[in-house]
Design a protein around this ligand. Structure first.
Ligand SMILES: Cc1cc2nc3c(=O)[nH]c(=O)nc-3n(C[C@H](O)[C@H](O)[C@H](O)COP(=O)(O)OP(=O)(O)OC[C@H]3O[C@@H](n4cnc5c(N)ncnc54)[C@H](O)[C@@H]3O)c2cc1C
Ligand code: SF4
Length: 519
C-alpha cells in the first residue's frame, strides 16, 4: 500500500496550491455523497471549495514564507508551518498569526490545524511513552514527520470517535466499533476498526493521524492505538457531511453561494480492518498516555481557534459594508455595534495569542502553549462568534434571508424590477448589495456557519470540556489565601501559602529569558 501522489511524490515537496490540487487526483478514494460514490472529489462542485481553502495555505507559504513556513531541524529545509514542531514560544505565536491571516483570506476553515496540533502533541507524548516503557515510538514518529515535511503533505487529525453511549467506557460499549480499536495484530503491524466522526479536511489530506478520543483505563488497551494511515489505504470509506445550503454550489451562478471560492469539509471515516505497519504505530496499548495525548492536543487546538478571529474580520467587514450600502454607516448605534464586534473578535485573538506567548517546553524539547489560556480562548469561541453573527444579522436587515435568487436577478423582466426595488445607497449596484448579504448569510446560516459557529461550539471539545479544564487549574486555595491574608485571617499561614507560586501562576510569573537585544 502506498500513498498515491504520483504527481509530486519523490519530486520534492508540494510547492503551490495548484500542485496540491493535482496531488489529490486519481487516488480512487471510496467517498459517498447523497448515497452515490464520488468519482473524483477534486472535480465535485460541492467539495472543490474546501480543497481551494487548503490550497490557499500553500500559496500563503509562497507569498509569506516567514509566516507560513519554518526551518525544520529534521530536513534542514524550510517546510510548511503546519508540519513544523514548535521549538519555542515564537513558533506557536506564528502559528496563530498564520491562522488569523488564513481566516481572513478564506472566510472559512482551512483544515490543516488539526494535523498540526496532532503532530505537536504526539511529538512530546511519544517521547514520554518511550521514557516510561522503553518503546521506540518517538524515533518512528520523527521519521514520519520528516517524510511528511519532505513531501509537503496535508495531515488530518482523526481523534473523535462516534462514541455510542457517552456514559460508558470504550470496552463497556455493546458494540466495540463505537471506538476505533485494534482488531488484529501481526508481525507486520496492526489492523484497526471503527469510525471517526466530523473529520475536518480528511479527503483533502494525504495522511490521517488516528488517535484515541478520551482518557482510557484498564480494559481499554485495544483502544489505545495511535498511528498514521494514508488517506487512500484499503478498507477506508468516507461519508461526506452535509452543510446547510451546500447544494447551492451545484446551481448555476456564484451569487447565491455567498462565498463561492472557499468552504470547510467534514466527513465520517469508517475503518474496516485497515492495516498500519509498525513503523507507523506510535502508541499501542499504553492506556495511561491516552489522557495526556488528548489534553495536549486540545491544549494546542483550543488556541488554534484564533482562526475564528480571521473569519470574524471578514464578517465585521461584511457588516460594515452592508451598513455603508444601506446608507446608515454614520448612525451611532451602527458604529457602536461594529466596535462591539471588534471588541469580541479581538478578545478571541488576545487569549489565543497570550496562550502561545505563555508557552513552556515539554520533556521532548517541543514547546506547548498555556493550557489555562487555551481553554479560555476556546470557551470565548463557543460564544463570541454567535454574538458577532447576531450583530452582523442585525446590520444586514431581513433581506439577508428573503432575497430572491440569482436566476431572478438575471431574468430579463424580473431582474429589472429587482434592480429597481432592491437598491440601497445611490451609486451602489443592487447586485453588490445582494452579494454582501449573501456573504453574511453564508457565514451565519449557510455553509461557512458550520466553521464559524457550530465548529466554534464543538470543535476541540464542547464547552463543558473547557470548563472542566479551567476548573482544574483555577487554584482556589491559593486565591483564598490571597483574600484571607489581606482580610487579616491567619496572615502568617496565608503568607506561607501565597509564597509558593505553582502550576498556572508559576507560568504567569515566570520571567522570560533575556535575549541579547535586551542587554
Ligand atoms: C465542524 C466540526 C469539525 C470537527 N473536526 C474534527 C476533526 O478534524 N477531528 C476530530 O477528531 N474531531 C473533530 N470534531 C469533533 C469535535 O471534537 C467533537 O464534536 C466534540 O468533541 C464533541 O463531541 P460530539 O460531537 O460527539 O458531541 P457529544 O459527545 O455528543 O456531546 C453533546 C453534548 O453532550 C455532552 N456530553 C458528552 N458526553 C458527556 C458525558 N460523558 N457526560 C456529560 N455530558 C456529556 C457534551 O458536553 C455536549 O454538550 C469536529 C467537530 C465539528 C462540529
Ligand atoms: S477550525 Fe480553525 S483551527 Fe480548526 S482546522 Fe479549521 S481553521 Fe484550523
Amino acid at each position: 500500500m502506498a500513498v498515491k501522489m504520483a504527481a509530486v511524490s519523490g519530486g520534492g515537496p508540494i510547492g503551490s496550491g495548484d500542485e496540491y490540487i493535482a496531488s489529490l487526483r486519481d487516488r480512487g478514494l471510496k467517498v459517498f455523497l447523497f448515497g452515490e460514490p464520488v468519482e473524483e472529489p477534486v472535480d465535485h462542485p460541492m467539495i472543490r471549495p474546501s480543497i481551494n481553502a487548503v490550497a490557499r495555505t500553500y500559496d500563503l507559504a509562497n507569498e509569506h514564507p516567514e509566516l507560513a513556513t519554518a526551518m525544520s531541524p529534521f530536513t534542514g529545509t524550510r517546510v510548511s508551518r503546519f508540519l513544523h514542531i514548535a521549538e519555542n514560544a515564537e513558533d506557536l505565536v506564528l502559528q496563530n498569526k498564520m491562522q488569523r491571516r488564513l481566516g481572513q483570506l478564506t472566510g472559512t476553515c482551512f483544515q490543516r490545524c488539526v494535523g498540526m496540533d496532532a503532530f505537536n502533541s504526539l511529538y512530546s507524548v511519544s517521547y514520554e511513552i518511550d521514557q516510561a516503557h522503553g518503546t521506540a515510538y518517538h524515533e518512528r514518529f520523527k521519521a514520519f514527520v520528516a517524510m511528511t515535511q519532505t513531501e509537503g503533505f496535508v495531515i488530518g487529525g482523526a481523534m473523535t470517535d462516534v462514541k455510542g453511549d457517552r456514559s460508558k467506557a470504550p470496552h463497556e460499549q455493546d458494540d466495540p466499533d463505537m471506538f476505533v480499536h485494534v482488531s488484529k495484530r501481526t508481525e507486520e503491524g496492526v489492523y484497526i476498526r471503527g469510525a471517526k466522526a466530523h473529520q475536518t479536511g480528511c479527503l483533502n489530506s494525504h495522511w490521517l493521524l488516528v488517535m484515541p478520543t478520551m482518557r482510557l483505563g484498564s480494559g481499554d488497551e485495544d483502544f489505545a492505538i495511535t498511528g498514521a494511515v494514508p488517506v487512500d489505504a484499503p478498507g477506508i470509506t468516507y461519508i461526506y457531511g452535509r452543510q446547510s445550503c451546500d447544494t447551492r454550489a451545484m446551481e448555476p451562478g456564484d451569487l447565491d453561494v455567498g462565498n463561492s471560492q472557499y468552504a470547510g469539509q467534514e466527513a465520517m471515516i469508517i475503518f474496516e480492518d485497515v492495516f498500519i505497519p509498525w513503523e507507523h504505530v506510535f502508541m499501542d496499548g499504553e492506556t495511561e498516555f491516552a489522557a495526556m495525548l488528548v489534553e495536549r492536543f486540545t491544549c494546542y487546538h483550543r488556541r488554534s481557534y484564533v482562526c475564528k478571529s480571521g473569519v470574524g474580520d471578514v464578517l465585521i467587514g461584511a457588516a460594515a459594508t452592508i451598513a455603508d450600502f444601506n446608507g446608515v454607516d454614520n448612525a451611532s448605534h451602527i458604529k457602536d455595534k461594529l466596535v462591539e464586534m471588534t471588541h469580541l473578535n479581538e478578545t478571541i485573538y488576545s487569549t489565543g495569542i497570550a496562550s502561545s506567548y505563555q508557552a513552556h517546553p515539554t520533556a521532548s524539547g517541543a514547546y506547548i502553549n498555556d493550557d489555562m489560556l487555551a481553554n479560555v480562548c476556546k470557551h470565548h469561541v463557543t460564544k463570541m462568534p454567535y454574538e458577532i453573527g447576531r450583530l452582523a444579522q442585525d446590520l444586514a436587515g431581513g433581506l439577508m434571508v428573503t432575497l430572491p435568487s440569482q436566476q431572478d436577478l438575471d431574468h430579463p423582466d424580473i431582474g429589472k424590477l429587482l434592480r429597481k426595488y432592491l437598491k440601497g445607497r445611490k451609486g451602489i449596484p443592487t447586485e453588490d448589495r445582494m452579494r454582501i448579504l449573501r456573504l453574511i448569510e453564508n457565514m451565519t446560516l449557510g455553509r461557512n456557519a458550520v466553521g464559524y459557529l457550530t465548529e466554534s461550539m464543538h470543535g476541540a471539545g464542547s464547552p463543558q470540556a473547557q470548563r472542566i479544564q479551567i476548573g482544574r487549574q483555577m487554584q482556589l486555595d491559593f486565591k483564598k489565601a490571597l483574600a484571607k491574608n489581606l482580610a487579616g485571617i491567619d496572615p502568617d499561614v496565608q503568607q506561607g501559602v501565597i509564597e509558593t507560586v505553582s502550576d498556572y501562576f508559576e507560568r504567569v510569573f515566570s520571567i522570560p529569558k533575556k535575549t541579547a537585544a535586551d542587554d
